[in-house]
Write a protein that binds this ligand. Sequence first.
Ligand code: GRF
Length: 221
Amino acid sequence: MKDARPAAPLPIVVLISGNGTNLQAIIDTIARGRLPAQIRAVISNRAQASGLDRARRAGIPAEIIDHTRYPDRDGFDAALQAAIDRYHPELVVLAGFMRILTPALVKHYHGRMLNIHPSLLPAFPGLDTHRRALAANVKEHGVSIHFVTDQLDGGPVIIQKAVPVLPGDGASALAARVQREEHRLYPRVIRWFAEGRVKLHNQQIMFDGAPLTVPLAGESA
Ligand code: GRF
């Protein structure tokens, strides 16, 4: 007999450093009933991050763990990990979290930490991707969502969505085009994780039970 009860929502913690528009997209998708997840907490390393207000407005616990108050990365990451784990998330979502994490922390969340990166990885890891894409004269730019490993922006990529670089684009026009796609893509990938459709086995992404050998394209699935 089929169980009529809906599965419990996936408990997640979202880490931010800034504006939190991706956080907002996740909040809104949950509110529309399109994402079976519960944001247990939003944690920022910056007290001024306006994403914290987005969390508070949605009634989500918002915490600040200010990295400048810790003598080193290990100290900060230990405090961050303890704060995250108090909420017992099954998934940690990096949404514009601008700190490099230590291998110990990354290992602790192996297979249960996602990041969104504003480029078509492996192109343009690191910062300032829109300006660098324009300087490199690429015809396409975009966004990638990947599992986090200890390689900076180098973990296995689940999905990418390309956007065109148009004549006359400046970095902010290009960033806005990429962000529109980010806001569609991130809630979708989190839903797949919640539904058990996407998972990481060692370093291999499994999607619908089969190894994913190339990242999904934004249009697929
Ligand atoms: C996004 O462009 C994301 O790809 C990158 O940081 C930005 C965060 O934007 N990692 P927001 O804070 O979600 O508005």
